[in-house]
Design a protein around this ligand. Structure first.
Ligand code: MD6
Ligand code: FE
Length: 215
């Protein structure tokens, strides 16, 4: 694995979204095979499910987690929990390739020593979307979030500190990584409804991994 990471330079599609927020074009592409294999193994133990928001809405994005804690939502609120509520068991451990990729991507954007303990895995099927939101269920916003896109391309919306701020659209394709911290850590963001398509490795879906330090 070391040689692959060493071979990663910058990509012509690298772009800064805002101070502290950077899109690394294709950064995860070299690891697509082990990443997809690891997702498949996790999903066997902790299948994708459609969570319900505290307001009672079923999310169109299906979710699962790996790592010491996982993000869950139900009628009582959002939280990080060490136990998968569906199985009553701990979440599957974070695979080394996940930890390594998140660490290296964060370092490249200037966040040294990022050691994620949670990875939220989102599955978008055609039509699934994620409304504008802030990621604010973590205790310490000094740590960035690292987000990896696999499969079908999506349109990512990136706004400001208020929901009503103007948003900019970015196309996220297979292997793209977004690192997101510092002054952008609490920026509003979302994903437009996923257009239908067929990805050669993943078929009719987009998988997004978001790595966080939660405590
Ligand atoms: C997604 N991502 O790309 C959803 N959050 O499917 C997120 O909600 C997200 O990409 C925080 C930081 C980066 C992200
Ligand atoms: Fe988010």
């Amino acid at each position: 694995m070391m040689d692959l990471f060493d071979a990663i330079g910058s990509d012509p599609r690298d772009v800064q979204l805002a101070p502290g927020a950077m899109l690394l074009g294709g950064f995860a592409r070299a690891f697509e095979t082990p990443l997809i294999e690891a997702v498949r193994a996790i999903v066997q133990r902790a299948p994708f499910r459609h969570l319900v928001t505290p307001g009672g809405h079923r999310m169109s994005v299906a979710m699962t987690n790996c790592g010491a804690v996982g993000w869950v939502s139900d009628r009582t609120g959002y939280r990080y929990d060490a136990i998968d509520p569906d199985s009553g068991q701990p979440w599957p451990p974070m695979p080394d390739v996940f930890t390594r990729l998140a660490h290296e991507a964060a370092a490249k954007v200037g966040f040294a020593d990022f050691r994620p303990e949670a990875c939220l895995i989102n599955r978008y099927e055609p039509g699934a979307k994620l409304s504008l939101h802030q990621d604010k269920d973590e205790l310490d916003f000094a740590h960035p979030i690292v987000s990896v896109s696999l499969g079908l391309p999506a349109t990512f919306l990136f706004g400001g500190m208020n929901r009503s701020d103007k948003t900019t659209r970015y196309r996220l394709t297979h292997g793209d990584v977004v690192v997101w911290g510092g002054p952008s850590r609490l920026a509003y963001h979302g994903v437009l409804p996923l257009p239908d398509g067929e990805h050669p490795l993943l078929g009719r879906q987009r998988i997004n991994l978001t790595f966080r330090k939660t405590r």
